[in-house]
Design a protein around this ligand. Structure first.
Ligand code: CTP
Length: 404
């Protein structure tokens, strides 16, 4: 990005600082933000003040540092709600394991956490801790929770969550943190005014009142896509199969509709589709459903049990058939063999503009992982991407969508 298009000019940033040895690097972050024309308001935790003095910070930002709910000196009340409305972004750098844990669980015992919970703007988190703490399943789980809320994790180093932890934990360098903020703002408005339909998760096909046919889809890829589109200003309709209760969306641009079966997902999508600009079909839809659903719990017998299945509607093919000029339809293909041949066939059969292929052969790709490795295939090109977090993969997919 050239100097001409400085995306941070005039942006209001709340910088949260916590008690890490990396707190001194906050000064470098502030300097870079201010140099690019941003306004910075520091909110510091009590232990943050053990590592860096508010005097240094307020000298750099030309603003008093906030750390208590009211100012000791003149009793001025600091409103976390006002800060949440004021900011264009909140950056927590460095973010300790403790702060990350409190954020994930809503433990609002200091000004930084209350500000976070009131924040209306996107939140960026730059973890800083030693490797053992970073690699601990508890920290990783908390980071995944925050990521699923649409928060942006600025991962230590340049890797991705959980899969390659060697040498990680040290906070990302200040210039890279600032670059990620810049990149975010440069993408922010690119989908403004666009309506995007996204399907996510599995479908459940009822056998009887207590049993169903389902699959291992977690919905993570679809949720990451919903967050990415919403962050770029799109209005998102997220049609969601039965996913775990921990899968939540908080972005105000996302409207979530829960469905259970393929038939319900089909009906919901058919209703929404005509008014959509773009549609991304990420759900793992069951191809078949039991022909009859038993009204009572089926009893065990000594005989073999045969459940007859009937085909479900193919949502993708149905939408592909009624696709209008200017509408974009994107599909997924999860394959185990002859991946590209199958993906090409689905691209044509379902009238997709492009298809995202992930192979179960690739470690870390597909269902129930936090990472994915994709190939984007359209009629005239093929692009392979390395293994990345699903949030990063979502960026690549939405970049491709924007190119059309
Ligand atoms: N899809 C859909 N409705 C279905 C089945 C699939 O919308 N009933 C969508 C998926 O969301 C995905 C794409 O179609 O975007 C391909 O899904 P996949 O299950 O790989 O394709 P199928 O047509 O079911 O092919 P097969 O199971 O034979 O591989």
């Amino acid at each position: 990005m050239g100097d001409g298009d400085n995306m941070l000019q005039g942006k209001k940033i709340v910088l949260g600082i916590t008690g890490s040895i990396a707190a001194y690097k906050s000064c470098l972050i502030i300097r870079q933000l201010i140099k690019r024309g941003a306004e910075v308001q520091v909110v510091i935790t009590p232990s943050g003040k053990e590592f860096i003095t508010p005097i240094t910070l307020s000298a750099l930002t030309s603003k008093p540092v906030i750390s208590d709910f009211f100012s000791q000196r003149d009793g001025t009340w600091h409103s976390h709600v006002d800060l949440g409305l004021w900011a264009d972004a909140m950056l927590i750098a460095p973010a300790t394991a403790s702060t990350i844990g409190k954020m994930a669980h809503g433990v609002a015992d200091n000004m930084l956490i209350t500000t976070y919970l009131s924040m209306k703007a996107p939140v960026f988190i730059a973890p800083a801790m030693d490797l053992d703490m970073y690699a601990h399943p508890s920290t990783q789980q908390n980071l995944r929770t925050l990521q699923s809320y649409g928060n942006h994790i600025i991962e230590p180093g340049t890797g991705f969550l959980a899969s390659k932890l060697e040498g990680k934990g040290r906070m990302e360098e200040p210039e890279n943190i600032v670059a990620q903020l810049e990149q975010f703002f440069s993408r922010q408005e690119t989908l403004k005014g666009r309506k995007v339909l996204i399907t996510a998760g599995p479908t459940y096909e009822k056998i009887d009142p207590v049993r169903f046919i389902g699959n291992y889809s977690s919905g993570k890829m679809g949720f990451a896509l919903a967050n990415e589109c919403a962050n770029r200003g799109a209005q998102v309709e997220l049609v969601c199969g039965p996913v775990s209760a921990s899968m939540q969306v908080v972005h105000p641009n996302i409207h979530r509709l829960n469905v259970e079966s393929a038939q319900e997902m089909y009906e919901t999508c058919m209703k929404l589709y005509p008014s959509m600009h773009s549609t991304i079909l990420c759900a793992a839809v069951a191809d078949y459903a039991p022909e009859r659903v038993a009204t009572q719990k089926m009893k065990r017998t000594d005989e073999d049990l045969v459940i007859r299945l009937k085909p479900n509607p193919d949502i993708a093919a149905s939408l592909g058939k009624i696709k209008k000029e200017g509408q974009i339809l994107v599909g997924f293909a999860l394959e185990t063999n002859d991946e590209e041949v199958h993906a090409q066939a689905k691209l044509r059969k379902k009238n997709f503009d492009f298809i995202v292929l992930n192979s179960l052969k690739d470690e870390g790709a597909g269902f129930r992982t936090d990472t994915n490795k994709i190939t984007i295939i359209s009629a005239d090109e093929k692009k392979e991407f390395p293994l990345k977090s699903k949030a990063e993969v979502a960026k690549d997919i939405v970049d491709q969508l924007e190119r059309l």
